[in-house]
Design a protein around this ligand. Structure first.
Ligand SMILES: C[S@@+](CC[C@H](N)C(=O)[O-])C[C@H]1O[C@@H](n2cnc3c(N)ncnc32)[C@H](O)[C@@H]1O
Length: 287
């Protein structure tokens, strides 16, 4: 049977003319919420830069460790923006393991990601504690209203805002300006005091020379075929935290961020050196 014939029927509004960041990322992680066009692009990328698969897994494992760590710090509310397809453990599953009273709202603007999160929540979620919505992070006030409307999040309590591997996808406004950093500044204002921001982002600073060359190729492939991307320096990623105070150990490579929070059942990802993981990550706390 032709590869495309095995594909699931897509939800309404799905663009199958271009590979989607969310669906290609699902392909890297070994998920099934991807279509022939996504796999063809993903395979092309992996043939040039095979390290991207362990990089994606390491990023996802950072998300898991950050959620666990935040739960241990007392956080019970998570707003996961650009949450993606629920491949390899979704935020509420990780949080529920430690804190069955935790609450999570998922947001994405890719219909497949939202549909799959909804199906998972219908089967294994609690409507009082979990929701998934389709919204665009470029409109922070509108997105925040939608989050509030779910009734899941209490704005008087600290919230962990997750923006994991999202802001290196360019966020163009009508004039083509990348408004990701500006939108994030508004989210930082909207969060109550004592809230947290967990963020990860591809950087081309401090990576091995050979990997830096692959990042140039990777950017060219995404810019011309999927969604344009941007690699930021460590300083530029640090600026995304605004006046939030980075918690220990500060911003670092995904693999080095609280490795002790790794679940015994997590897949093992190995890099020759931590900077091969190319994703710079950290968690900041709003004063
Ligand atoms: C690389 S995936 C990361 C998924 C997940 N956060 C993780 O790290 O495992 C990036 C996600 O951001 C979403 N995204 C990109 N731009 C967005 C926007 N403007 N509004 C909402 N979601 C967006 C994509 O659809 C995709 O699901």
């Amino acid at each position: 049977m032709d590869d495309a014939e095995q594909d699931p029927f897509p939800p309404a509004g799905v663009d199958l003319d271009h590979p989607s960041v969310a669906r290609v990322y699902d392909f890297y992680l070994g998920g099934t919420a991807n279509w022939a066009i996504d796999r063809a692009f993903g395979e092309k990328v992996l043939s040039v830069f095979p390290l991207l698969r362990p990089i994606a897994v390491a990023n996802r494992l950072f998300l898991h460790r950050a959620v666990r760590h935040l739960v241990k710090l007392g956080v019970r509310q998570f707003v996961d923006v650009g949450s993606g397809v629920p491949t390899m453990g979704h935020t509420h599953q990780v949080a529920d393991d430690l804190a069955p009273d935790s609450r999570v709202v998922y947001i994405d603007n890719e219909p497949v990601a939202v549909a799959h999160s909804k199906v998972l929540l219908e089967q294994h979620g609690d409507p009082a504690r979990h929701a998934a919505i389709n919204a665009d992070l470029r409109n922070p006030d509108r997105l925040w209203q939608e989050v509030v409307r779910t009734g899941v999040i209490d704005l008087d309590e600290p919230i962990a805002l997750l923006l994991i591997a999202v802001l290196h996808v360019q966020q163009p406004d009508a004039d083509g300006v990348d408004v990701g950093p500006r939108a994030l500044a508004r989210y930082r204002e909207l969060l109550p005091s004592g809230s947290y921001l967990a963020l990860s982002h591809i950087t081309d600073e401090g990576v091995p020379d050979e990997v830096a060359g692959k990042l140039v190729d990777l950017k060219r492939m995404y810019d011309t075929s999927s969604s344009p991307v941007v690699w930021r320096s460590h300083g530029e990623i640090g600026e995304l935290f605004g006046d939030f105070e980075l918690i220990d150990p500060g911003a670092t490579w995904t693999t080095l961020w609280h490795p002790e929070e790794t679940s015994p059942s997590a897949p093992v990802v190995e890099f020759a050196t931590p900077n091969e993981s190319v994703v710079w990550a950290g968690v900041g706390r709003k004063p």
